[in-house]
Design a protein around this ligand. Structure first.
Ligand code: GAL
Length: 496
């Protein structure tokens, strides 16, 4: 009896520590069935399959563990088992289909779909993989990336795979209305039970939880918070010409004039993916409208005929006089080379750019996009769980790593984003670079508005219309015509 109490105590502690040690070894002192062990450890014999799976997983990499071939096997005294963490065991039971006996033998793959291939993105993803491998070394991770920032290429590849019943085991999904485009009730597994088991409904901020809930369910586990409205600048160029980061658009264009004269690209732009200029535009909208008005664009309370929209288009139009002419050949990351090499002075991009600068060892300056101090245009990356995942049991540990404190710290300090979890301590915060620490402070005090280009504000069909209107604008520079197209896109989406 004492032994059992001790084991339970260990399990509780392990549960709090996170995922690097998701279990406890147990050496049997007498022959026992898995049901008996489950009853002793968890107070319920139903967890026997979870213990079988966890032990077989261990045995694949450490031969001192027992290999169990049947659920009703009587294991001899001296057999060494791996008793999984209580949360994982519960999640196992919630996910496991008793017809899938193969899931009890360990190993297999975990196919992770994302578009994280650029500097900072790849490092962040690898940090999550490293943590996953620590707990599940028997599983082979397949890094199924499809390159292309903001995921427009990835999403186009993923949809037919989902429909055909051949999805990756888990995939990157922006928090918010993006999920609508995947018909989640048909293709995705609702995660409400896993939220309760892992306590995610307690550790993520209420606003994010609201954003995550679609049709009353959670469909992804958030791994971060990104900010879209950041102005990055080359510190050395700014120091050389005695410039300060611009607080408003007048100051911004004055700086542009100075730099143009010096032969430096004032504001670098990419648009090879067709989303980068629309991304810039959403951040300008956040500067010409109040947070309330900006939010209202997506809910129907702010008309798209608003003068703030006209003004935002005028600003973008003027900006085009100061950008690199080869912008349509650049992706968000390749254009940052301009800043790194001192050939370009400023860039507007989400803070995955900080991940890129960190990966390249570039010391860069940052400020909110002019006119957006106190406003945080936010988005969040999550991982979803397709109903037809081929390796469902391996997904549990992945989502647990994504949602864990350990995972969020390791990932975000490389990715250039901040943990979505609200329980980061001051000591943990201190491990992040100064930009990310300041971002955490802004996230806590700024007005939060949703990013449209990264899935938070609007459904995919509207995002695409918005994107198309701005792409055409780059060519026509027709303010009135583009505003009319934006009005029409809103009407199509909202029905008014
Ligand atoms: C965003 C995504 C970020 C980052 C960026 C560029 O949509 O949320 O994590 O990867 O695209 O690829």
């Amino acid at each position: 009896m004492r032994k059992v109490v001790w084991f339970l105590a260990v399990l509780v502690v392990v549960g709090l520590l996170g995922w690097a040690q998701a279990g406890t070894p147990l050496v049997l002192d007498k022959p026992s069935s898995l049901a008996d062990i489950s009853l002793k450890v968890f107070g319920d014999s139903a967890y026997a399959p979870a213990i079988m799976r966890a032990t077989n997983s261990k045995a694949l990499v450490d031969h001192s563990f027992a290999r169990i071939s049947r659920l009703d096997e009587i294991l001899p005294a001296g057999a060494k088992l791996w008793v999984p963490d209580a949360a994982w065991a519960k999640a196992f039971l919630a996910v496991w289909d008793p017809n899938r006996v193969e899931d009890l033998f360990g190993g297999g793959k975990l196919v992770v779909g994302s578009w994280w291939t650029a500097g900072g993105e790849a490092e962040g993803l690898e940090a999550l993989f490293a943590l996953y491998r620590e707990s599940f070394p028997d599983v082979v991770i397949v890094n199924a990336t499809v390159a292309g920032g903001a995921g427009f290429v990835f999403k186009a590849v993923l949809k037919p795979r989902l429909i055909a019943g051949d999805p990756p085991d888990t995939f990157q999904l922006h928090a918010g209305l993006e999920v609508e485009g995947y018909s989640p009730e048909v293709y995705l597994r609702p995660l409400d039970d896993l939220y309760a088991i892992f306590g995610w409904d307690k550790v993520f901020p209420p606003d994010l939880l609201d954003l995550m809930r679609y049709e009353g369910h959670y469909w992804g586990v958030p791994v971060n918070i990104h900010r879209s409205n950041v102005l990055w600048y080359n510190k050395e160029i700014f120091a050389r010409y005695g410039l300060k980061p611009p607080a408003n658009w007048d100051e911004f264009f004055q700086i542009c004039e100075v730099l143009k004269e010096k032969g430096i690209v004032p504001i670098t732009l990419a648009n090879a993916g067709g989303w980068e200029a629309p991304h810039l535009f959403e951040t300008i909208l956040a500067s010409t409208l109040t947070p309330e008005e900006y939010r209202g664009l997506w809910t129907g309370t702010t008309p798209w005929t608003h003068p703030g929209v006209t003004q935002a288009l005028e600003i973008l139009k003027k900006m085009l006089d100061y950008v690199n002419p080869d912008y349509s050949a650049h992706t968000w990351d390749t254009v940052l080379e301009y800043i790194a090499a001192g050939r370009g002075a400023m860039n507007v991009m989400g803070d995955w750019a900080m991940g890129w600068f960190m990966a390249k060892g570039v010391d860069v300056g940052w400020a909110p996009v002019p006119g957006t101090k106190g406003v945080f245009v936010a988005l969040s990356d999550t991982f979803a769980f397709p109903k037809r995942a081929s390796n469902p049991i391996n997904v549990i540990g992945w989502l647990a790593v994504c949602g864990s404190k350990e995972g969020q710290i390791a990932f975000n300090m490389r990715k250039g984003s901040i943990p979505a979890r609200t329980d980061i301590t001051p000591e943990e915060k201190a491990q992040f670079n100064p930009y990310l620490q300041s971002c955490m402070e802004d996230w806590a005090r700024d007005a939060i508005v949703p990013s449209v280009m990264h899935g938070a504000a609007a459904p995919e069909s509207w995002v695409v219309d918005f994107k198309d209107a701005i792409n055409l604008f780059l060519v026509t520079k027709d303010v009135a015509g583009t505003q009319a197209a934006l009005v029409a896109a809103a009407k199509a989406a909202l029905g008014k």
